[in-house]
Design a protein around this ligand. Sequence first.
Ligand code: 5GP
Ligand code: ZN
Length: 134
Amino acid sequence: MSDCVFCKIIKGEIPSTGIYEDEVVKVFLNINPASRGHLLVIPKEHFKNVLDCPDEILSHIIKISKKIAKLAKEKLGADAINIANNSGKEAGQEVFHLHFHVVPRYKGDGMRLDFISKKDLKDDLEEIKKIIIS
Ligand code: 5GP
Ligand code: ZN
């Protein structure tokens, strides 16, 4: 896509600090990191998010995210890792080219990624189940 910032990164039209690439994916450092070594794993082909990405490509992205997560732990001394994806504007997606965040976490870094529970939604589980599986 011509107006997509990540497609431009793939084409080399916008600079990025790449740390890995193969035929399917590119991995580079986030320009606005949430932690030291915050990386983005993206497919070279443009997909909007996980929902329109073919399974084989998605599987490869996850496989590489795991490899990168291990590297971050070993080389940067991270204590833990968040692998996250935002699919859709309401889920926080800002760049509409599929990407997975690989976020190294450090003891005491204070970052919170909680899904805060809403008590009034608790009773709906059976109802929600019926809707999903019907
Ligand atoms: P989203 O909110 O869509 O899940 O995350 C998009 C991420 O892309 C943001 O964390 C943002 O910092 C990062 N980002 C946006 N533009 C650029 C860019 O030009 N270069 C790099 N390296 N990261 C970018
Ligand atoms: Zn794109």
